[in-house]
Design a binder for this molecule. Structure first.
Ligand code: UDP
Length: 553
């Protein structure tokens, strides 16, 4: 043990010398603060000042070197929520020489990922804003491995879902409040600051009403890989490996029938389904299936995941618990219920998730349209939807309204009032919406073989022309198949040809099954045509265009 200590001592002196000689070094990715992640050697943190510190020396590096633009508005977003002004990261600067007059730094040897959790109390936020972004930020930088240390700087305590954050690495995550236990000045030997936003699909309505992000970059594949990794860490296996290869189609069908069940995810404190038992009976009767209820208040999270990962259908009131649909098997149905006066089209975090390409979930929403079936809670505190603190007139207006108008996050009293209603679900209307919705459910068989391999460029594109008469000409275009096609089994291969007369701003598109074609309609003599050719697999997998051909008749 004394060996270990002396070893640590030597490292300490080396580290201190390194910090004094070379200062802090920072290199970042990203052109803007919203897409930036920075890697540091010797980023320090003063628990006294509650600030990160960058030590300048002759060999310190700061890329990007933004000057005072570093404060306009910040170096980077510390959470995955875009450009939120409570989530900015920056550091103070000091000359390395100042270290002589400062408390002795404590060095953190682990490779560290420093970030803000956005709202660790809410399960949807935990997954969407923190777990998925952390998981894929760690995949992006290979030294952020299972031994990496996570540091949460938002300043909250552990929160109810801390066990989920623990799954991301083998080391205990550190909270901001714990940093002071390490002394007045701590220095992270190697650290990354910031989170990848690549996996997020929803914006919560800070600048425009909530909705899917404008440019979604994640597909069901990455979500499912994350879900699988998390389940392995939780020691949960899919209740039923519906995706397994082998076994005939009939076997699988048979098995599916036998084991199929429906899950009702119930909330027990707010936004209740008042006739849950009746709803369960109706579902069981309609589908001749077992119906299981789960709730965050009554079960461990891993046991809920276990149940959800094998179900055919998840039914739940709108709410954070629906994020667990990322653990559903392919082909499952999500049915989301909305209280009176809440338009399902305007609140779509779970619809968007279910609809990600490759997620292969079928999404249905139901909305209570009967005012007599809703129970309001005007007397509750405002954050649970109470409205008694408002002026009488405003209360009257809210009570008379039958549709919450579009609004920004997060304290719109009409929205909170309506979303925290309890609902007596009208069974006939519920079943009708469900049955109607099931009619458009694609069979998994059909969607499954849909490959995601895109065609390459067509090769050796050529054109030949001939003039027939003074106003007739022919244009023959030919090409070879894309290089990757000979290794693939593709159901349908087609080619698209665009022909544009030089100088015109419109073009004629053609879809062709063969590798050459002679165009004569609308082809004029002594004219130059620009011709583009690309390959298409299975109607919608588009390849890139080959270099444009210049064809003169
Ligand atoms: N929650 C719960 N049961 C309830 C009410 C809430 O488990 O009866 C959980 C919910 O899943 C979420 C957190 O408590 O993780 C906060 O719920 P809230 O209603 O504030 O958020 P929402 O579900 O609308 O996102």
């Amino acid at each position: 043990q004394s060996q270990e200590l002396s070893q640590a001592r030597i490292d300490y002196h080396v580290a201190l010398q390194d910090l004094q000689d070379h200062g802090t070094r920072m290199v970042c990715t990203g052109k803007m603060h919203t897409d930036r992640i920075c890697r540091f050697d010797y980023l320090c943190y003063s628990s006294e000042a509650e600030e990160f510190v960058f030590f300048h020396s002759n060999s310190s590096v700061m890329l990007p070197n933004l000057g005072s633009r570093r404060f306009q508005p910040a170096l980077l977003d510390l959470s995955s929520v875009e450009d939120h002004n409570t989530q900015y990261f920056n550091f103070l600067e000091l000359p390395a020489a100042a270290l002589k007059f400062m408390p002795k730094p404590v060095f953190v040897p682990d490779v560290t990922l420093i970030l803000n959790r956005f709202n660790p109390d809410n399960l949807m936020h935990v997954f969407h804003d923190d777990l998925l972004p952390v998981f894929y930020t760690m995949k992006q930088y290979s030294d952020l491995d299972d031994e990496a240390r996570l540091v949460f700087m938002e300043g909250w305590s552990e929160g109810p879902h801390f066990d989920l954050y623990r799954l991301l690495s083998s080391k205990q995550p550190l909270l901001k409040e714990q940093l002071r236990n390490f002394g007045k000045l701590m220095c992270f030997t190697k650290s990354y600051v910031g989170l990848s936003k690549m996996t997020t699909w929803y914006q919560y309505g800070f600048v425009q009403p909530q909705g899917p992000k404008a440019n979604i970059l994640v597909s069901g594949n990455e979500i499912r890989q994350f879900a699988r990794a998390l389940m392995e860490k939780m020691n949960t296996t899919r209740a039923e490996e519906a995706e397994k290869d082998g076994g005939s189609a009939e076997d699988e069908k048979e098995k599916e029938k036998k084991d199929d069940y429906i899950v009702v995810f119930s909330r027990s404190t707010t936004r209740l389904i008042l006739n849950e038992a009746e709803l369960i009976m109706a579902l069981a009767q309609e589908f001749q299936m077992r119906v299981v209820t789960v709730s965050l208040e009554e079960q461990s999270f891993s046991s809920i995941v276990q149940v959800i990962s094998g179900t055919a259908m998840l039914v739940s009131m709108h709410g954070a618990q629906l994020i667990t649909s990322l653990f559903l098997p392919r082909g499952a149905t999500v049915m989301e219920l909305f209280p009176f006066a809440v338009n399902p089209e305007q609140y779509t975090p779970y619809k968007t998730l279910a609809s990600l390409p490759g997620m292969d979930l079928h999404y249905i929403s139901w909305r209570n349209t009967k005012e007599e079936n809703t129970i309001t809670h005007p007397d509750r505190p405002w954050e649970q939807g109470g409205i008694v603190h408002l002026e009488k007139e405003e209360q009257q207006r809210i009570l008379a309204s039958k549709d919450v108008p579009r609004h920004l996050c997060c304290r719109n009293p009409e929205w909170l009032f309506r979303i925290y209603q309890d609902t007596l679900v009208d069974i006939p209307s519920f079943l009708e919406v469900l049955k109607e919705g099931m009619k458009t459910k694609p069979s998994l068989k059909k969607s499954k073989p849909a490959s995601t391999v895109h065609p390459g460029r067509v090769r050796e594109p050529q054109c030949q022309t001939s003039v027939q008469t003074t106003n007739e000409a022919k244009l023959t275009v030919s090409w070879q198949i894309p290089w990757n096609l000979k290794y693939l089994k593709v159901r349908e291969v087609k080619y698209e040809v665009w022909i544009q007369e030089q100088g015109e701003n419109t073009y004629m598109p053609y879809i062709l099954p063969q590798q050459n074609y002679t165009f004569s309609e609308n082809i004029k003599p002594f004219t130059t045509y620009l011709v583009w050719v690309r390959c298409i697999f299975n109607k919608n997998l588009l390849g890139p265009f080959a270099d444009v051909l210049m064809c003169r008749t």
